[in-house]
Design a protein around this ligand. Structure first.
Ligand code: SAJ
Length: 425
């Protein structure tokens, strides 16, 4: 079997490598020459547990190689980004561009699968485009009788940090443009998925994916909203959540400095943009989670302004724990806002960064290690729950003013935002 994976990012590269491990010949196509060169040298351009070993193995065995241009194959997996344009409207330009390149080499018997998170109706647009570009082929939904090719939507559902495990173990939803398309795609996923593979229509699969991430966003927004109320009331939100979660039917998620990453902070907008007047809850959740960033900046500023000589350590820039991914990261937004406001008083600790990102240019903020921060800083702002921060014992931080936005140090003497005078003590 020859498989062509379009897009070698956080999803495409692990997917290509896992398929290659099944013995298929996989070519990964990417527009960035450095990505193609890196993969062909058996290395990876993204940090993900066990991915480096897997890629070097499948490249060495000749099962995976990367290329700048598409090649004929039997299965095409599209895993390119779907960002949003202005007004939070989804931009499916990369998907359509990838589909147009597939059209060049498409032949009867091939299977085209879209994995990118996409607005409802995108897979049908892909079919429409293929029908327009390849009138010589019978395209599903655009022909009478049996189609020459199969087109399906099968969203990825993997969690960064657990991608290789979840690619195999998670259940998959496989939505066909027609039931036959779904069955063809199912045969492909059975090669490497251990979880259940459930078939449905392309539109249902598209909306299912968006609903999963909107569900998580709404639930995190609830936790973040509780944290705002708790700050105002002078109540420890972590204790409230811990106790509420002892109820058998309550499972409140964790507040944080906001929601980051390229999925949860983006995908709910695809639902809002499809039905703006029907989605007040999903929209508000997005606004609550985005608004939490400013709340954290304000609360941290309050603390920092109260002690003008203190050095401040911001712990973490990544969008979540134990990864090197800074996309849409609330931690990065908070830390860079503080660096712009308080300049060289701010030190950043981020074990997953080699240098400070561009957002810190001209601020005077420095990247230091955690030991130096514990020595030099009397104020600590916890922005990411990396394990290395979590494991710092209380005696190394008991004398510090700590604003712990992730609740990782439950034993830390708490500061209260309802009593500003205490902050100056
Ligand atoms: N977060 C909180 N509180 C929580 C949980 C998360 O503030 O209780 C924050 C995180 O710190 C992070 C953001 O939310 O900033 C998103 O993190 P996440 O771990 O919830 O999700 P992602 O973005 O890493 O991955 C999600 C997953 N979707 C769901 O759990 C429904 C994953 O399964 C999807 O495959 C992925 O999006 C995707 O690619 O769509």
């Amino acid at each position: 079997l020859k498989v062509c994976v379009l897009g070698l990012g956080y999803i495409g590269l692990p997917t290509a490598a896992v398929i290659a491990r099944t013995g298929a010949r996989v070519v990964g196509v990417d527009v960035h020459p450095h990505v193609v060169d890196t993969v062909n040298s058996g290395k990876v351009h993204i940090e993900e547990i066990d991915l480096d070993g897997l890629v070097s193995g499948v490249v060495a065995r000749g099962n995976l190689r990367a290329a700048l241009n598409i090649e004929p194959a039997e299965v095409f997996v599209i895993a390119v980004p779907t960002p949003f344009a202005g007004d939070h409207a989804p931009d499916i330009g990369y998907v359509l561009k990838a589909a147009a390149s597939v059209a060049i080499v498409l032949k009867a018997g091939d299977v085209v699968i879209l994995e990118s998170t996409s607005p409802v109706g995108t897979t049908e647009k892909v079919a429409e485009l293929l029908a327009a570009l390849r009138p010589d082929l019978k395209i599903p939904g655009h022909c009478v009788g049996g189609a020459d090719v199969a087109i399906a939507y099968c969203p990825e559902r993997v969690l960064p940090g657990r991608i290789l495990v979840e690619l195999i173990d998670n259940d998959r939803v496989i939505g066909g443009v027609t039931p036959r398309c779904a069955r063809k795609a199912l045969q492909f996923y059975r090669r490497f998925v251990r979880g259940a593979c459930v078939t449905t229509t392309a539109k249902v699969a598209e909306m299912t994916k968006l609903s999963e991430n909107a569900f998580r966003d709404v639930n995190i927004a609830f936790a973040n909203e509780l944290s705002l109320v708790a700050d105002k009331m002078g109540v420890d939100v972590w204790e409230v959540i811990r106790l509420a979660n002892r109820h058998p039917r309550v499972n409140i998620l964790s507040p944080g400095p906001g929601v980051g990453g390229h999925c949860i902070a983006v995908d709910p907008w695809f639902l809002v943009s499809a039905a703006p007047d029907k989605t007040p809850l999903i929209r508000t959740a997005r606004e609550v989670n985005d608004g939490k960033i400013q709340h954290v900046i304000d609360a941290a500023s309050h603390l920092i302004a109260a002690d003008p000589t203190a050095r401040v350590g911001c712990l973490g820039l990544a969008f979540k724990a134990n990864i090197d991914d800074f996309r849409e990261s609330p931690a990065l937004k908070v830390a860079s806002a503080l660096a712009h406001r308080y300049a060289e008083r701010i030190a950043i600790v981020e074990p997953y960064a080699q240098a400070l990102p561009d957002a810190f240019a001209g601020t005077g903020a420095k990247l230091i290690d955690i030991d130096s921060a514990l020595e030099a800083c009397s104020i600590l702002i916890v922005l990411v729950d990396h394990d290395v921060f979590r494991s710092i014992p209380v005696d190394e931080r008991a004398d510090k003013q700590v604003y712990d936005t992730r609740g990782i140090w439950q034993d830390q003497p708490r500061i209260s935002f309802s009593e500003p005078l205490r902050l100056a003590s």
